[in-house]
Design a protein around this ligand. Structure first.
Ligand SMILES: Nc1ncnc2c1ncn2[C@@H]1O[C@H](COP(=O)(O)OP(=O)(O)OP(=O)(O)O)[C@@H](O)[C@H]1O
Ligand SMILES: N[C@@H](CCO)C(=O)O
Length: 300
């Protein structure tokens, strides 16, 4: 079978709303072969996901076939899902980029990153998880009409991400509904200043600046009310030595940057969630510099 491996991602990083994204070394694998009809088998995360053409991987595959003007060949897809769904870790981006890549390989049509992103954006209208899922690493993306302008920066190798994943789903759609369409000049300026500071602190390894840089006024204050214990989790992670703590994507997971104390930070974040009556687990992850990979799989 054809194997497609796509990384999870965390986006926003607090101050970089809809712009910053980091690919992580946690991957969904999609094993694909031509079949008589569309069939999806799911292992691991996302037991509830659709097993037919309504599965997002198949929707992305069909959308790409339509754009390429090729007749879609039905597929059997085995999803080996390691990325928790609807937790702000870019699971939907893995399915979208995976499905588009399947179309490219199955039909022998090569597409540029830009073409793939354009198709992907028709299914998820913000590029900050899609771009790192495709190209890997620390990516800054913006949308200019339907074109994604992006660049990849080196991310410090000594920083790991400790991510607390609560046991409830929050769809990006719901988490965007609580945002304000109009923001004050001082809030907008505050985020521009801090996003710039975050890039500088990461590039210059001025980690003592990250705690200030990560603060955000555009989305986290509104989303905090959807996440029991949000501020308590932040506080506990800082007490254990985290450098910066922020909502992962649209949430509900909360991620932190740190260079040490990974296990104690993770345990403290989980305990803080539990004190609010929410069970949770934590993951210690590195940034993955590799984006989507295609390989020959002998599994099924
Ligand atoms: N691995 C997957 N395979 C197929 N469909 C998926 C997968 N993961 C998510 N989806 C679909 O994407 C929809 C939207 O997911 P959503 O964007 O809310 O969450 P997410 O991608 O897990 O996290 P986020 O985008 O917040 O980082 C889900 O309802 C689900 O149908
Ligand atoms: N930037 C997006 C990430 C979710 O895909 C948001 O915060 O809504």
């Amino acid at each position: 079978m054809l194997g497609i491996s796509v990384p999870a991602s965390t986006s926003n990083l607090g101050c970089g709303f809809d712009a910053f994204g980091l690919a992580l070394n946690l991957r969904n694998e999609f094993l694909v072969e031509e079949w008589e009809s569309f069939r999806v088998y799911i292992e691991g995360e996302g037991e509830h996901l659709p097993r037919d053409e309504n599965n997002l991987f198949i929707k992305a595959y069909l959308k790409a076939c339509q754009r390429l003007r090729v007749e879609a060949k039905p597929l059997k897809v085995v999803q080996k899902n390691r990325v928790p769904t609807a937790r702000g870790l870019g699971s939907s981006a893995t399915a979208i980029i995976g499905g588009i890549t399947a179309c490219e390989i199955i039909h022998g049509k090569s597409m540029s990153h830009q073409e793939k992103l354009r198709i992907a954006l028709s299914l998820e209208p913000h590029p900050d998880n899609l771009t790192p899922a495709l190209v890997g690493g620390f990516v800054i993306s913006l949308l200019d009409e339907d074109k994604v302008i992006y660049t990849k920066l080196d991310f410090p190798e000594d920083i790991k991400l400790v991510v607390a994943v609560p046991d409830f789903e929050l769809s990006t759609h719901e988490a965007r509904k609580v945002l304000k369409q109009m923001v004050s000049l001082s809030d907008a300026v505050g985020n521009v200043q801090r996003a710039s500071l975050m890039i500088a602190s990461l590039c210059q390894k001025r980690y003592e600046l990250l705690k200030e840089a990560v603060k955000d006024r555009l989305h986290q204050p509104h989303r905090a009310k959807l996440i029991p214990g949000f501020y308590r989790v932040l506080e506990r992670a800082y007490e254990e030595g985290a450098l910066a703590v922020f909502l992962s994507g649209a949430g509900p997971s909360i991620a932190s940057f740190s260079t040490e104390n990974f296990e104690s930070i993770g345990k403290a974040m989980v305990k803080a969630f539990e004190e609010e009556g929410v069970s949770a687990r934590y993951l210690v992850l590195d940034v993955s510099n590799e984006g989507t990979k295609v390989y020959q799989s002998f599994d099924s």
